[in-house]
Design a protein around this ligand. Structure first.
Ligand code: GLA
Length: 394
């Protein structure tokens, strides 16, 4: 929705005039490589999209947060003095969770009216929830700072941590930091090489060499909370405890090299757990090689690593499924495909492919047709640009 239209709708819902409406935005993300590594203190390589959450907001300072969305019937009124009482909300719990996290960090949550407009497909694995969380964090924190007369820019890593904290502590989703970090810290035409152990990062310019990033959505509904996500986390923890018996200096799987894993993998007696850990440690290594390849402008090496990543997620981590595997298989059959893999948590959601620009149209047609034929319903395709992270739109 255009900002003008969003403001008009805001006035329709909440009344008043447009002069005091503020606009905040934060994007979804696509992870190019480095999957299920973030919660193991490993490396990820995501980028912010241009799809995202836009919030129209107005300060009321009356102790109540009022919220609506452009595409939902829900209306939420949350009393700031009872911030922990809204965990049950089906829509609105992420936002109130963010308020609770900001409060813990000393921000003052101020009564306001909010209208949310989302363009990231919900439940599609492109971090629609992180987009909501980070945009909300920026709005609440901006209002708090203004009330207190604080003029420094927001600490965007803190905004990301509040988003993750809302998921972990308020919504019961045990996610890592990747999605919120990418939403908060993204930069147009750049990919974020992030070390999730200490949140040090580097922005890598994306030289696409005549290629495009094509995202394909399986349209299979998935939810992180009831997926096998937490089970995978527990398996990684179990594997780490076993390896640590001999690798005493390691604080997480991200500290363990591929060579060390090879030398000590027999400490992990459960073969399933060993496969999970092998994925995480080899994926970390692939991220390092991917960053080097992209920095050297070697897009075809990068594509190969993307393919290896998917195969590892399919065979070792077992989080793909027929829908994602079909999209990837069909993508790889197309002339002009450089690499293709699932992105995000898996169990449905999206794939990301690097495709030569001239082949994008036929890619979408051919992969789409084959997917419908094999799965029985349509996939959706997006050719999105890499955009900026969260900010107030002035
Ligand atoms: C989801 C989580 C992230 C990350 C990915 C898998 O997107 O929110 O923290 O764990 O899955 O890489």
């Amino acid at each position: 929705m255009e900002i003008k239209e969003l403001k008009e709708l805001f006035i329709k819902h909440y009344g008043g005039s447009g002069g005091d409406i503020r606009i905040f935005r934060s994007p979804g993300r696509v992870n190019l490589i480095g999957e299920h590594t973030d919660y193991n203190g490993g490396f990820v390589f995501p980028a912010a999209l241009t799809m995202g959450t836009t919030i129209a907001a107005r300060v009321t300072d009356n102790g109540i947060i009022k919220m609506r969305a452009t595409d939902l019937p829900d209306y939420v009124e949350a009393d700031i003095s009872k911030i922990m009482d809204y965990k049950h909300l089906e829509w609105g719990n992420y936002q109130i969770g963010v308020a609770a996290e900001l409060q813990k960090r000393g921000y003052e949550i101020i009564g306001c009216e909010l209208l949310f407009d989302d363009t990231v497909p919900h439940g599609g694995g492109l971090s629609s929830s992180a987009a909501i969380e980070v945009a909300t964090a920026i709005a609440f924190a901006t209002f708090s700072n203004e009330k207190k007369g604080i003029t420094e820019p927001l600490n965007m890593i803190e905004m990301a941590l509040c988003g993750q904290g809302a998921e972990n502590n308020y919504c019961g989703v045990n996610c890592g930091i990747m999605d919120q970090f990418a939403s908060a810290m993204g930069k147009k035409n750049h990919v974020i090489f992030l070390d999730c152990k200490d949140l040090s990062y580097k922005l890598v310019g994306l030289k696409m060499d005549g290629c495009k990033i094509v995202i394909a959505n399986t349209n299979k509904k998935r939810s992180l909370a009831d997926s096998k996500y937490n089970e995978r986390r527990a398996e990684c923890d179990e594997g780490f405890v076993a390896l640590k018996k001999e690798l005493c200096g390691a604080t997480c799987l991200g500290d363990i090299s591929l060579a060390e894993f090879e030398a000590h993998k027999n400490l992990i007696t459960n073969p399933v757990v060993r496969k999970r850990v092998e994925h995480v440690i080899s994926e970390d290594d692939r991220v390092l090689r991917s960053v080097k390849a992209l920095e050297a402008g070697d897009i075809s090496e990068f594509g190969k690593l993307m393919n290896e990543s998917h195969d590892s997620l399919r065979d070792l981590y077992e989080v793909t499924g027929i829908e994602l595997d079909t999209l990837v298989e069909e993508a790889r059959k197309q002339n002009g495909t450089i690499g293709s893999r699932m992105t995000g948590a898996g169990f449905g959601g999206c794939t990301v492919s690097i495709v030569q620009e001239a082949a994008v149209e036929s890619f979408i047609k051919n992969v789409g047709d084959a997917y419908r034929e094999r799965i029985g319903y349509d996939a959706s395709f997006y050719v999105d640009d890499i955009g900026d992270g969260g900010h107030e739109v002035k």
